[in-house]
Ligand binder design. Structure first.
Ligand code: SF4
Length: 377
C-alpha cells in the first residue's frame, strides 16, 4: 500500500540501523511523544533492534490515557441522566472512571452510543430534537479540529440540543512540563507527525532552544521512527539541538491553516489536568465564550465529583516515562485489557496495552501471567 509498505522495507531499516549504530558513542534517552509511535516501536521491536546505548522512553501522547479521571466521571454522570444520548468513539467506553465505565452505564440503561465521527452525533441530535445529545471530545491537536467544526456547524445550523464534553490537550506544553521535571531523563524528542500536520512546526524551535534539546518530527511507520531516531542521535552526538522535519510527506511548516483557523474560532487555550500527571499550564483547549452554550459541562452543571484512582495503578509514572509498563506489579495480573485498572491498559495507543499485546510472553514473569485476548478497542 502506497506510503505504508515502502516505509516498512527491511533492507532500508537495516541500513538506517547501521547508520545509527555507527553514529552512537554514548548513551542517549529519547522520548517518542505519541502513543501511535509507541505501538509501532513495540510491535516491530524497534527498541530491541537499536543499539543498547539508545533508550526509547514512552511519552504521554495517548489521548485516552491522559483524559483526567474527573472528566471521565463527569461523562459517566451525564451519560446516566434520563433523556441524554451520550456519543463517543469506542475506545472511551472501557476507560475506568471511579468505580465504573461507560459500558456499565449502558448496561444500566443509559443511552451510550459509539460513533465514528462527531458529525454522527450532530446528525443524531437533529434526528432527536427532544433529547440532549452530548459528544465526548477528547484528544490532541489531531481530533480537536473536527470537534471544533462540529460545534461550529451546530451553531450555524441552529441545533440547540447538541453539546460537547471537552477535554482537549496540546503537545508543546506537555514537552515543556516533561523538560522542567527534576526527574526528566529525556535528551531528545520524536515529535508526533500527525499533530504537526495540523499545527505545523512553529511551536517547537523555542522549546528546542530553551531546553537545548533536539526535536525531530516523525511519522508512524518503522522507517519513519528509525529516521527520527537517526536524526536525533546525530544531533546529540554533534552537540546540536534544532527542530527537523523527518515527515515532510505529511507535515508543512505552517500546518493546516484551515484547521488552525477553526481551532482559533471555537476554542481558547486553558490549563488542563493530565491523568496521572496533574495540571499543566496552557496545555488544553475549552470552548471559547462565543460557543459556551455548547459546552456540556456548562449545560449539565455536574458537581460533587469525588474521584479515586486505583492505588495499584502506576500509569502516571508510565505516562511520564519514569516506569516501563511491565515494571508495574499489576501488569498482566490484576490489570489486563479485559479488566484494566488504568487507561494506559485500555487504549489502543496506551503503552501498557502495547506491552501486553506484543511483549507479555517475552517479559520476565510472563509465564506466570494469565493469557487473554487482544485489547478490545
Ligand atoms: S499495568 Fe495497569 S495498573 Fe499498571 S500502570 Fe499500566 S494500567 Fe496502571
Amino acid at each position: 500500500m502506497k506510503y505504508i509498505e515502502e516505509f516498512q522495507d527491511p533492507a532500508l531499516a537495516e541500513r538506517l540501523l547501521g547508520e545509527i549504530r555507527a553514529a552512537v558513542t554514548r548513551p542517549w534517552a529519547l522520548m517518542e511523544v505519541c502513543g501511535g509511535q509507541t505501538h509501532t516501536i513495540i510491535r516491530h521491536g524497534i527498541d530491541q533492534l537499536l543499539p543498547d546505548e539508545v533508550e526509547l522512553i514512552h511519552g504521554p501522547g495517548c489521548p485516552v490515557c491522559v483524559t483526567p479521571l474527573e472528566v471521565i466521571d463527569k461523562a459517566l454522570e451525564i451519560a446516566s441522566r434520563p433523556g441524554v444520548i451520550f456519543c463517543s468513539f469506542g475506545d472511551m467506553l472501557r476507560v475506568p472512571g471511579t468505580g465504573r465505565d461507560l459500558f456499565q452505564v449502558r448496561g444500566e440503561g443509559g443511552d451510550v452510543r459509539v460513533v465514528y465521527s462527531p458529525l454522527d452525533a450532530l446528525r443524531i441530535a437533529r434526528q432527536n430534537p427532544g433529547r440532549q445529545v452530548v459528544f465526548f471530545g477528547i484528544g490532541f491537536e489531531t481530533t480537536a479540529p473536527p470537534n471544533a467544526m462540529t460545534v461550529y456547524q451546530a451553531r450555524r445550523l441552529g441545533i440547540p440540543n447538541f453539546s460537547l464534553l471537552v477535554s482537549h490537550v496540546r503537545v508543546p506544553p506537555a514537552i515543556e512540563a516533561i523538560m522542567r521535571s527534576p526527574k526528566c531523563r529525556v535528551q531528545g524528542f520524536l515529535a508526533a507527525g500527525h499533530v504537526c500536520s495540523v499545527m505545523g512546526t512553529g511551536e517547537y524551535p523555542e522549546l528546542s532552544e530553551r531546553h537545548r534539546v533536539p526535536i525531530v518530527v516523525t511519522g508512524f511507520e518503522p522507517l519513519d521512527i528509525l529516521e527520527g531516531v537517526r536524526r536525533t542521535v546525530l544531533q546529540l552526538e554533534r552537540g546540536e539541538h534544532s527542530v527537523e522535519n523527518a515527515y515532510p510527506r505529511a507535515v508543512r511548516p505552517e500546518g493546516n491553516p484551515a484547521a488552525r483557523a477553526m481551532l482559533d474560532d471555537v476554542f481558547e487555550v486553558t490549563d488542563r489536568a493530565w491523568r496521572g500527571i496533574g495540571v499543566i499550564p496552557d496545555s488544553g483547549w475549552r470552548l471559547s465564550p462565543r460557543y459556551r452554550e455548547y459546552d456540556a459541562e456548562h449545560r449539565f452543571q455536574v458537581t460533587g465529583i469525588d474521584t479515586r484512582e486505583p492505588a495499584a495503578c502506576r500509569s502516571g509514572e508510565v505516562l511520564q516515562g519514569l516506569l516501563k509498563p511491565h515494571e508495574c506489579e499489576a501488569f498482566g495480573t490484576v490489570c489486563t485489557p479485559r479488566s484494566p485498572l488504568g487507561a494506559t491498559m485500555v487504549s489502543s495507543e496506551g503503552a501498557c496495552a502495547a506491552y501486553y499485546l506484543y511483549r507479555r510472553l517475552d517479559l520476565p514473569s510472563a509465564a506466570s501471567r494469565p493469557l487473554e485476548g487482544s485489547p478490545v478497542v
